[in-house]
Design a protein around this ligand. Sequence first.
Ligand SMILES: [Zn+2]
Length: 204
Amino acid sequence: MTTYLTPALAWRRMREGNERFVAGESSHPNQDSSRRSSLVENQHPFAVIFGCSDSRLAAEIIFDVGLGDVFVVRTAGQVIDDAVLGSLEYSVGVLGVPLIAILGHDSCGAVSATKAAVDTGEMPPGFIRDLVERITPSVLTSMRQDKHEVNDMVVEHVKQTSERLVDSSRVISDAIESGRTAVIGLSYSLAEGRANVVSGIGEL
Ligand SMILES: [Zn+2]
């Protein structure tokens, strides 16, 4: 029998884990062999985290969770593509996760690269250009609001990523409408280790 958390309780669990991590009091739950054995047949993660690939943003560590706790999708600058949408729809539609956390962070290299491309008009080579193109709307919106710091752009990009996710996916927007899941936007401070709430969609 699977019992799903509400979006609010799922966020509380993530927040409490992050507070332990910030305080240097991580409890490293669900990381032993008995937990591993209990998960062989199936998984019931209580959240999906869609965040930047940055090596300092290790999802299970910063929220102090373990095996089977969170479904994780990460791309540089948390840019959305079809595979990301498919992964998120799987977590919501098939696994039934009650919370989608969008995780950006200060001093993000992908957002900084996009700001540089917009400032200079010079695009980076190869598929890095694809990342920059997907972050450009967030950078332009920030500039129009007279916010020119990379960290302001990160916050805007978390918000826009959340909105685009819901706009793009029927599976996700239906789940939000019925109250089965919600989206929370987070901006993580590399120095402090804290995930600050910057936006939300649905009932939390
Ligand atoms: Zn980043």
